[in-house]
Design a protein around this ligand. Structure first.
Ligand code: GLC
Length: 420
């Protein structure tokens, strides 16, 4: 009997399960990644609620004392990975990176709770809640220099959209002269045409070096880092997560936390136009050091619907962009505007489609009454997976697999959303 895609997706999760946490994929990403884990939990939740909660709990076991939840937790077997713990030097146990990633966890926790609100999960919700609060507070304390509720990132990897052209200018200004010789591992594992260039990798490492030299003192880094960008994606995802935290706070009778979250939501809502580019009629990221908006339409621009922001006019412009992008691309949603010169259909966040982003954007479309677009993202994601399997990402022009294979969050999205 032919194995169904459903069973194959479960097998991907089982193969990548390391006991309490799931690696994104063998070899290329052999540890726990922050937002991958949160989204992977949604896949587990379709057949094993306990395992779904465990995924998130394990991630938060590595939360720093100041509230930061690291972007990678190096649980085991990191000898050959680059850049591994000896490059980051955060002196944590288990070792972690020193930066964060999109804070989607509170939103996922709320979804898990909605799926099963029986007593054991109530206890787990009560235990994880203060940790979510601490992480959100960390963003507002350390990564909100304008006190507007806009998220500052100090490394392109924090955005989760690592190689997006949105970071090119800001990253080009990073001094890379001090970066010593090193050996990339990713190029041995994936087609080089799908990975960042060596110049970009030097910039990434210079920023890791900067954090390390500053002993990962987060306040110092946020004030002095040579790369400081307000990331649209993280801002939208945090805004949504604050709304979900607010709802959880209500449920748990945490009035003070609810008031705090409400205040932060208002702050971001009032300031979000700082990330609106009226010239290109889109939400986008903004360099804090130069004040420049990227002006680019990316998949993150459409997270406005997921975050529940934007005037009717702004949303209208975004849908105009979507129609234009749809004409230029066989599959939605390319991570970068296919009509821009920096578009690259196969290279990492410069064009390819990610199932997880489609999921978040589609949820936003549904909530805003844009059912046809929501359904389009779902059916395109399903088609891509049927065509090429659970790859890391997909070429928006041909549907070809790109990046690593047998990817956990792609499998999770099939189970939780895109599958039949
Ligand atoms: C890449 C992606 C990032 C993801 C990680 C693991 O670095 O850019 O978003 O978390 O891979 O899948």
């Amino acid at each position: 009997m032919a194995v169904s895609l459903h069973d194959k997706a479960k097998a991907v999760l089982a193969n990548n399960d390391r006991g309490g946490y799931t690696i994104p994929t063998e070899s290329l990403y052999p540890f726990q990644w922050n937002w991958d884990s949160a989204l992977v939990a949604l896949g587990f939740a379709t057949y094993d609620q306990d395992r779904a909660w465990r995924e998130i709990e394990t991630l938060f076991e590595s939360q720093w004392d100041d509230g930061l939840v690291p972007h990678i937790v190096f649980h085991a077997g990191h000898e050959r990975y680059f850049p591994g713990p000896s490059v980051w030097c955060t002196n944590t146990n288990p070792p972690t990176s020193g930066i964060t990633q999109p804070p989607v966890a509170a939103s996922v926790v709320r979804m898990l709770w909605k799926m099963d609100d029986s007593k054991p999960f109530r206890e787990r919700l009560e235990a994880i809640f203060p940790k979510l609060v601490a992480w959100h507070r960390w963003f507002h304390r350390i990564r909100d220099p304008l006190k507007k509720g806009l998220v500052l990132t100090v490394h392109p990897w924090e955005s989760g959209r690592d190689n997006s052209p949105e970071w090119d200018k800001a990253a080009d200004a990073v001094e890379t002269g001090g970066v010593g010789a090193y050996q990339r591992q990713d190029l041995k594992l994936v087609d080089n045409a799908m990975r960042p260039t060596n110049e970009q990798y030097d910039q990434y490492l210079a920023l890791v070096e900067f954090g390390r030299q500053n002993g990962w003192a987060q306040e110092v880094i946020a004030k002095t880092c040579p790369f400081q960008v307000f990331d649209l994606g993280c801002t939208m995802i945090l805004l949504r997560a604050e709304r979900d935290l607010l709802s959880l706070a209500g449920l748990l009778g945490e009035a003070a936390v609810a008031a705090e979250a409400r205040e932060r939501i208002e702050r971001t809502e009032n300031a979000i136009d700082y990330l609106w580019d009226d010239a290109s009629k889109t939400f986008c990221s903004r360099d804090h050091l130069t004040g420049e908006l990227s002006g680019f339409v990316t998949s993150a621009s459409f997270l406005a619907f997921y975050a529940g922001i934007g005037t009717d006019a702004q949303r209208g412009h975004l849908i105009d962009h979507l129609e234009r992008i749809d004409r230029a691309s066989r599959y939605l949603l390319p991570s970068f505007d296919p009509e821009q010169p920096a578009f690259d259909s196969l290279r990492y966040w410069r064009g390819p489609v990610w199932a997880v982003v489609n999921y978040l954007v589609s949820m936003g479309f549904t909530e805003c009454g844009l059912d046809d677009w929501a359904q389009r993202l779902r059916s395109d994601t399903g088609e891509l997976i049927k065509l090429t399997g659970f790859s890391e990402n997909f070429c928006p022009l041909t549907g070809a697999a790109a990046g690593g294979g047998d990817f956990s969050w792609t499998a999770a999205m099939w189970l939780a959303w895109a599958g039949e």
